[in-house]
Structure formats: structure tokens, C-alpha cells
Ligand binder design. Structure first.
Ligand code: NAD
Ligand code: ISE
Length: 335
């Protein structure tokens, strides 16, 4: 039986996920799309056979022909969508961030604990990117020895309208919080944010770039350059430094050309390009697990930990200095 999916939020990510479910992956189809902008929902539903358009998420989740939910509305709307999905006992793929802050993430965690089983895969798609998967596998072999440092670069061409200084952390560095925890298997215990001179290309008043430092409970130090108006391309790079060696990913050297006395290649321009394969694998993994009655991938605990780290990061940005991350004890469900 094909999984019948409701996609909530039909903006950039939601519409792309509808395309992905209909045209790229197998085992699922979209039977409902929801957007508070009813016209947008209708436009996305129109070309999809048997897909209804809704403007109220709860109405879509109550429909008979919906087995699972993909939440792709903005972060502040995720908590309500998740709690409603739990009421209907629907499995969920929730785009990052799980929720925008630790308190709301904790409410979701407690609600899922109340169900007694995992229902949510969080959309940290980098865990499905071929290069990150390779890096994780290499670390797992132990050949490099223990990880000591992780350097990350995260660059976007330009920030979308309404993007704030805090969102460089809560929206963008959110990915590095997850990558750090997943690659190292450590929790992040403290965050410090340095503020380089803002680029003249950043919108007025936006602190861009930022240099973020994490400390971990395994004794590693992690840095993240986040630069969301770099102008030249979309780059996500990581270099791990271990006791016996280092490994680097995200250089984008899939093809190098030599021509007219120069060598080079192209740089992806946005995440839909750089992480296209990762999103495909992420969704296929969700559909496959869901059809088996299982939930795999990044959990609500991972979403909560990311939210807590980002909250500490935003405080470090705003107040200066080093801010410690406070986490509740990890429940057995997520061990
Ligand atoms: P967007 O603004 O393009 O689209 C959001 C859509 O949701 C809009 O159409 C809006 O009208 C609709 N909406 C707003 N409130 C709603 C509600 N309560 N119920 C239903 N629909 C509602 O945003 P986007 O860039 O598509 O981002 C959506 C989500 O995807 C966010 O959580 C974002 O962080 C995440 N995202 C993830 C990645 C990634 O790399 N994994 C990349 C971009 C965005
Ligand atoms: C966006 O929301 C994403 O999730 C992208 O992966 C990230 O690169 C970008 O900075 C965020 O705004």
C-alpha cells in the first residue's frame, strides 16, 4: 500500500517535497496539501491527481485518506502541527527546526513520550548526504583516532527577506548543531559567538558573518563560520581533525575543468542543488521506515538538543561571552 501523505506548508521546501514524493521517490503519494495561503495550496494541489487542498492543517490531518504528515511550514508553526499529528496517531517527517526554542521542543518531546513510541523523523537531511555519510563511516572505523576538532563552513548566496541575526544561528547553524552531535556522538555543552565586521552585502543591521564555537562533553572544540550573504555560492564544508589524521568534505570538486590557462569548477547556488540527493534519500528513508511501522533518523531528542544549543547560541550572540547549554536528562526512548 502506498503511503498517503499530507504536506503542510507549500512554500519553497513543501512544494519541492511534493514534487519529490510524486516524481522521485517510491512508495508514497501526496493526497493533501495545506497552506494558510489557500491559493498557494490550490496551485500546488492542482497538478497532483487525487490531492486535496486545505488551509487548515487540522482538517487535513483528520481526513480519511491521510496516513502520514510532512511538516514544511515555518518553524513557529511546527509545534501545533506535531501535537495535532500525535492526536491522530500519524507518523511525521518534520522539517528542521523541530521548533524554534527549547521550551516548545520539550513540550513536543513530552507529548511524544506520552505516546510511548517515536513518531517523528526531524529533517536534518545532512545525515543522508553521501559525503557526510562517508565521513561518519570513516570516524566509525576508528582509523583516525579520537576527534579533537571539527571546522565547519556554511555559506549561502543571500539571506531571504526577514532573516535576522538570530536566524543565522537558529535557522542555519541548526544544521551544524546536528552534524556535530551526530558525527562526534557528543552533546554540545557551551556556545560562544564572535562577531566579525558585518559584510557590506548583508542587509542593514544583520550580523553576518558570525563565528560560532561549540564545546562538547567529549572534549572536542567545534567552529562554524556562518555567512549567509557571501554572494558567490552555497557551500557547506567540514573538516574533522583527529588524533591520527584529518578528513574534509564539501569541497565540491565533483568535476574540475582545465581551460585557457585556468583550472576550476562550478559552485552550487542553493541547498536544493547541493543537497538534492540528501533530500531524496531522507524522504525515501522516511517512507520506507513508515511503511514498515518504524521510525528512524534524527529524533525529537535530536531536535530538542539542537533547539537548546541554538537558544544558547542566540543568547551568546546577543549577550556576548560563553553560554552553557542546559539539557534535561535523555529519556530512555531516545537512547
Ligand atoms: P516558505 O516561507 O517558503 O514556506 C512556508 C509556507 O508555509 C508558506 O507557503 C506559508 O504560507 C505556509 N505557512 C505558514 N504558516 C503555516 C501554517 N500554520 N500552516 C500551514 N502552512 C503555513 O519556507 P521554507 O523555506 O519552505 O521553509 C519551510 C520549513 O523548511 C522551515 O521549517 C525551514 O526551516 C525548513 N527548511 C529546511 C531546509 C533544509 O535544508 N532542510 C531548507 C529550507 C527550509
Ligand atoms: C535554510 O533554512 C536551510 O535549512 C538551509 O539548509 C541552510 O543552508 C540555510 O542557511 C537556512 O536558512
Amino acid at each position: 500500500e502506498e503511503l498517503r501523505v499530507a504536506v503542510i506548508g507549500t512554500g519553497r521546501m513543501g512544494a519541492d517535497h511534493v514534487r519529490r514524493i510524486q516524481q522521485v521517490i517510491s512508495g508514497a503519494r501526496v493526497t493533501a496539501v495545506v497552506d494558510v495561503d489557500a491559493e498557494r495550496a490550490k496551485a500546488v494541489a492542482a497538478p497532483v491527481a487525487g490531492c486535496a487542498a486545505y488551509s487548515d492543517p487540522a482538517a487535513a490531518m483528520a481526513a480519511d485518506d491521510v496516513d502520514a504528515v510532512l511538516v514544511a511550514s515555518p518553524g513557529p508553526a511546527h509545534e501545533a502541527a506535531l501535537l495535532t499529528a500525535f492526536e491522530h496517531d500519524l507518523p511525521v517527517l518534520c522539517e528542521k527546526p523541530l521548533t524554534p526554542d527549547a521550551a516548545s521542543a520539550l513540550r513536543v518531546l513530552e507529548a511524544e513520550l506520552g505516546l510511548g513510541r517515536r513518531r517523528v523523523q526531524v529533517g536534518f537531511m545532512r545525515r543522508y548526504d553521501a559525503e557526510y555519510v562517508k565521513l561518519k563511516a570513516l570516524l566509525g572505523t576508528g582509523q583516525l583516532g579520537r576527534p579533537l576538532m571539527l571546522h565547519n563552513r556554511h555559506r549561502n548566496v543571500a539571506s531571504p527577506p526577514g532573516f535576522t541575526s538570530a536566524m543565522l544561528i537558529s535557522d542555519s547553524v541548526a544544521h551544524e548543531t546536528d552534524v556535530t552531535r551526530w558525527l562526534l556522538g557528543h552533546e554540545i555543552t557551551a556556545v560562544t559567538v564572535l562577531r566579525p565586521r558585518p559584510s557590506a552585502n548583508a542587509p542593514d543591521g544583520i550580523q553576518d558573518p558570525q563565528f560560532v564555537v561549540f564545546e562538547t562533553d567529549g572534549g572536542a572544540v567545534v567552529d562554524v563560520e556562518i555567512f549567509v550573504n557571501c554572494g558567490f555560492g552555497y557551500q557547506v564544508q567540514a573538516e574533522i581533525v583527529c588524533e591520527r589524521g584529518t578528513a574534509r568534505i564539501g569541497e565540491g570538486h565533483a568535476m574540475v575543468t582545465n581551460m585557457a590557462g585556468r583550472w576550476g569548477g562550478t559552485i552550487a547556488q542553493d541547498f536544493t542543488d547541493r543537497f538534492a540527493d540528501a533530500y531524496d534519500r531522507e524522504l525515501q528513508a522516511w517512507v520506507d521506515a513508515t511503511r514498515q511501522g518504524e521510525v528512524t533518523g534524527p529524533s525529537v531528542w535530536d531536535g530538542y538538543a539542537a533547539a537548546a544549543v541554538c537558544e544558547a547560541g542566540v543568547r551568546a550572540l546577543e549577550e556576548g561571552g560563553r553560554v552553557e547549554v542546559e539539557l534535561v536528562e535523555r529519556p530512555a526512548l531516545y537512547r
